[in-house]
Write a protein of this length. Structure first.
Length: 129
């Protein structure tokens, strides 16, 4: 278990956020989805009994005004202090375009209450087309 994960983190949920930006990527890179789902095992190795796997945003681009239900659910859980760790490939997948409001200006995002921020494990991996 990494030394940044505390007993308090382990009391809260582990989330695996799985995402690819287009339906073509989902179809042509099924191995990527399988490997991302496999991050659940990393959560278990770190001490969680299980992890919530969010697949809702597969094939949905973060560009434009796309609504990502999985991301919104995860952000709500983080803002309530329910999440101990988020595991994903490419931590940038969590933030693309999510920081802009309807008029293109900054939008305030919910964040975890003080002392309740989750750890983030972003694993960098590049997939070839």
């Amino acid at each position: 278990m990494p030394n940044r994960i505390t007993a308090d983190h382990l009391k809260r949920a582990a989330i695996v956020y799985v995402r690819q930006s287009s339906p073509e990527q989902v179809r042509n890179h099924a191995e990527s989805t399988r490997i991302q789902v496999g991050l659940r095992e990393k959560a278990v190795a770190f001490g969680w009994r299980d992890a919530v796997i969010i697949l809702d945003d597969l094939g949905i681009s973060a560009g434009g005004c796309a609504q990502r239900a999985g991301f919104q659910h995860m952000a709500a859980e983080v803002s309530m202090g329910h999440v101990g760790i988020i595991l994903c490939f490419e931590a940038s997948r969590l933030s693309q375009r999510e920081d802009r409001g309807a008029g293109g200006g900054p939008r305030r995002r919910g964040c975890a209450p003080p002392g309740r921020r989750p750890q983030l494990l972003g694993i960098m991996r590049r997939w070839r087309s």
